[in-house]
Design a protein around this ligand. Structure first.
Ligand code: PRP
Length: 182
């Protein structure tokens, strides 16, 4: 039997494996219903959403296609820069006339999704919606219309199930949040 990753020091479990599994299935069910007569294109935003997306699509019973996109923020390297965003891996095909669903792991300030949303909207998809597993509403800086959201979470740093801390912990099967300093 494989040994599971152990608890990360300084973090407490927010959602365990079963809770995530159940919620992901519910999100997929809603998409199955809403897109029953369509063939959507799910656009997976790397890297954080790779695990959520992998689980979500395995619950879909509608015909669909997948594409991937990576957005880089200059905040990553230098906190003193403007925080501009840049498409590092763009789509290699047209999306005009397609029903696109953007798949994200977490929406925080909303800046990343806002940037992605607008860069896709000008390519004239038939429809454009967002599914995110986690929504940190408290720290939102730009308005976004999110059709499918898994969990509203507190304004705390989270890891696991695709989300990282300095590149680590994406493999955790649960989502954990940083414990408050005492
Ligand atoms: C995370 C997440 C979103 C973005 C949300 O990506 O996957 O894309 O941050 O933040 P925002 O709402 O404040 O813009 P991150 O930049 O950590 O990259 P990663 O997915 O490669 O981990």
């Amino acid at each position: 039997m494989l040994k599971k990753p152990s608890k990360v020091q300084g973090f407490e479990i927010l959602y365990d494996e079963d809770t995530i599994k159940e919620r992901v299935a519910e999100l997929a069910d809603r998409i199955n219903l809403d897109y029953a007569d369509k063939t959507p294109l799910l656009l997976i935003i790397l890297k954080g959403s790779f695990i959520f997306a992998a689980d979500l699509v395995r619950h879909l019973n509608i015909k669909h296609k997948l594409e991937f996109m990576t957005v880089a923020s200059y905040f990553d390297n230098d906190p003193h820069t403007s925080g501009e965003l840049e498409l590092r891996l763009d789509l290699k095909r047209n999306i005009d006339g397609e029903d696109v669903i953007i798949v994200e792991d977490i929406v925080d300030t909303g800046k990343t999704l806002n940037y992605i949303y607008h860069s896709l909207q000008v390519r004239q998809p038939a429809s454009l919606e967002i599914v995110t597993l986690l929504d940190k509403k408290e720290s939102r800086e730009v308005d976004l219309s999110i059709k499918y959201s898994g969990f509203d979470i507190p304004n705390r740093f989270v890891i696991g199930y695709g989300l990282d801390e300095a590149g680590f912990f994406r493999n955790l099967p649960y989502i954990a949040m940083k414990e408050e300093e005492r």
